[in-house]
Design a protein around this ligand. Structure first.
Ligand SMILES: [Zn+2]
Ligand SMILES: [Zn+2]
Length: 161
C-alpha cells in the first residue's frame, strides 16, 4: 500500500478513503472535493468519507486483520452504492421493493461485518448503519407490496436487537 498521500505527496495526516482503494489526508481530500466528486487518482465516484486506521497503512505485514478490514470496507462501500442507486433512481418506482429486497439480501449474505472485530465495526460507523437498516425495515414493513419485509425483520432480529 502507498505510504504517501497522492495529493500532498507527504505522509498521511488523518488518512481517509472516499470509497475506492486510494487513501488521502483528510484535509487534502476535503479540499479536492470542494470542486470535484471523483477520486483524483482513479476517477471513481465519491461514495462517502471513510477514516482509515493508521495501523493499516504503517503495518509491514498483511495480517488476517488487515484482509478482513478491507473486505469489510468493500462490503460497506457496496451497500452505500446500492443505497445511493436506490435513492437516486429506484425510490418511488414500481421496482422499489424488488431492489430493496436485493439490498437486504446482500446485507444478510455479508452479515459477518456486524460481528467482525472492532476495527471493521468502528471504522465504518456500524451503529449508524444498524440504525439505517432498522429504519428501512420499519419503513418497508408498512409497504403493502413488500411481503418479504417480515422475513427480513425476522432474519435480522439478532443483529438489530
Ligand atoms: Zn495529503
Ligand atoms: Zn481512487
Amino acid at each position: 500500500m502507498n505510504k504517501a498521500c497522492p495529493i500532498c505527496l507527504d505522509t498521511f495526516k488523518n488518512p481517509y478513503s472516499i470509497g475506492c482503494s486510494h487513501i488521502f489526508c483528510k484535509g487534502c481530500i476535503i479540499k479536492w472535493l470542494d470542486n470535484n466528486n471523483t477520486c483524483p487518482v482513479c476517477r471513481q465516484n465519491f461514495i462517502g468519507n471513510f477514516p482509515i486506521p493508521m495501523t493499516l497503512i504503517t503495518s509491514k505485514y498483511k495480517t488476517r486483520k488487515i484482509t478482513e478490514y478491507w473486505r469489510g470496507f468493500k462490503t460497506y462501500v457496496k451497500i452505500h452504492q446500492m443505497m445511493d442507486v436506490y435513492y437516486n433512481e429506484i425510490h418511488g418506482t414500481e421496482n422499489s421493493c424488488i431492489y430493496m429486497n436485493d439490498i437486504f439480501k446482500y446485507i444478510y449474505e455479508n452479515r459477518w461485518i456486524f460481528n467482525s472485530n472492532r476495527i471493521v465495526y468502528n471504522g465504518f460507523g456500524g451503529d449508524r448503519f444498524k440504525k439505517v437498516l432498522k429504519d428501512k425495515l420499519k419503513e418497508f414493513s408498512k409497504h403493502p407490496n413488500f411481503k418479504e419485509s417480515k422475513i427480513w425483520q425476522y432474519k435480522f432480529r439478532d443483529i438489530l436487537k
